[in-house]
Design a protein around this ligand. Structure first.
Ligand code: SF4
Ligand code: SF4
Length: 354
């Protein structure tokens, strides 16, 4: 197989994937071998339903370096409405042929319209019909983005089209990679995991790969020391904002959001939401459009460092915890060091992942 990247860049990708999967750098040769030996190019069908296509845009711009090229060389993207050359009957025949042959990976972007099925149709079939037909013979199903995983903005109250995530519509297992959009590194790592182990990774209770979603944004945030010290931004454009203080009082949902964003970053690892000065809006959590609105309202009842197991309001933090914060900083630093940047994945090391 020929890659349009140098060997050095290819190994860099493998190193990034190893980190995401919670593996040591000693696994790089094994990951490289698994990718190189995927010579059969497992076919992939990418279905697009109720969405803005932002997740495919995110995937196509996967970096480090030119991951899109590598992944498109490794897999055979047999059906993807945004980029496929064919159209109409020809593209629908490609899809039917792939489904008949079996052994493919299905990636779904966008919500399924179950209340008003006609709201989302392709080639004369509803989203629910297409999803059922394609996933019935699929080797693995991956839902990408918060729309495909949990319904997304379409499912926001009052949910006029009855939008649902893939896992709520089909009975076979679904790997959920939420986000608005989903992160390309997480998508690539999940596909690599599947090629490496020939099985789906361990999932959390919301169907997300544990290797990426075990920790909260708050656990690895670059502003965490300010949270622990009771130093908050209370107005955009203020001196505290310029000092990169914690955005908790500006509505940051990082304490309740499971996501590797502080570690993967975005836009070729240039920056991320909190790095840009805006709080996390919790886009990787189910129903975030309803549950976390308004986006600038302060989260209630966030546990305060130094008072493990006790809940306190944000006003209490910073005004009374002068001594407790030092304890909190120590606890957080030790806990973070103990966990490592990504959570150690014992399941992968042991090779057991039922
Ligand atoms: S509240 Fe938000 S900005 Fe503050 S430390 Fe937590 S994740 Fe970071
Ligand atoms: S930081 Fe929060 S809002 Fe931003 S992409 Fe990550 S989970 Fe979504």
């Amino acid at each position: 197989m020929h890659y349009n990247v140098s060997r050095r860049d290819f190994l860099k990708l493998c190193g990034g994937t190893a980190a995401m999967l919670g593996l040591s750098q000693a696994w790089i040769p094994q990951i490289a071998r698994a990718l190189e030996q995927a010579a059969k190019r497992p076919p992939v069908v990418w279905l697009s339903f109720q969405s803005c296509s932002g997740c495919f845009e995110s995937f196509a711009k996967a970096d480090y370096p030119d991951v899109a090229t590598i992944v498109l060389d490794i897999i055979s993207l047999n059906y993807q409405e945004v980029i496929m050359a064919g159209a109409g009957a020809q593209s629908e025949k490609n899809l039917a042929d792939t489904v008949a042959a079996g052994g493919y990976i299905t990636i779904v972007e966008g919500a399924i319209a179950t209340g008003i099925p006609e709201a989302m149709m392709v080639g004369g079939k509803t989203s629910e019909e297409i999803l059922g037909e394609v996933t019935a013979n699929s080797a693995a199903t991956i839902a990408v983005g918060t729309c495909a995983t949990y319904g997304g903005v379409q499912a926001m109250n009052p949910n006029p089209t009855g939008a649902k995530g893939v896992g709520d519509v089909i009975n076979t297992p679904v790997i959920n990679i939420p986000g608005c959009p989903s992160n390309p590194d997480t998508m690539v790592s999940t596909i690599t995991y599947y090629l490496l182990y020939k099985k789906v990774p361990k999932l959390d209770s919301k169907g997300r790969p544990k290797f990426a979603f075990s920790q909260k944004v708050h656990d690895n945030c670059q502003r965490r020391a300010h949270f622990d010290s009771g130093e908050y931004v209370e107005e955009f454009g203020s001196e505290e904002a310029a000092q990169n203080y914690c955005l908790y009082k500006m509505g940051c949902k990082g304490p309740e959001t499971h996501s590797p964003c502080p570690l993967t970053l975005w836009n070729s690892k240039q920056n991320w939401c909190i790095g840009c000065g805006n709080g996390c809006i919790g886009c990787m959590e189910p129903d975030f459009w309803d549950e976390f609105a308004g986006f600038y309202d302060t989260l209630p009842d966030v546990p305060v460092p130094g008072f493990i197991g006790v809940k306190r309001s944000s006003d209490y933090i910073g005004s009374t915890l002068v001594t407790a914060t030092m304890t909190g900083i120590g606890i957080h630093a030790i806990a973070t060091a103990a966990k490592g940047r990504f959570k150690e994945n014992d399941d992968i090391s042991e090779g057991s992942d039922d």
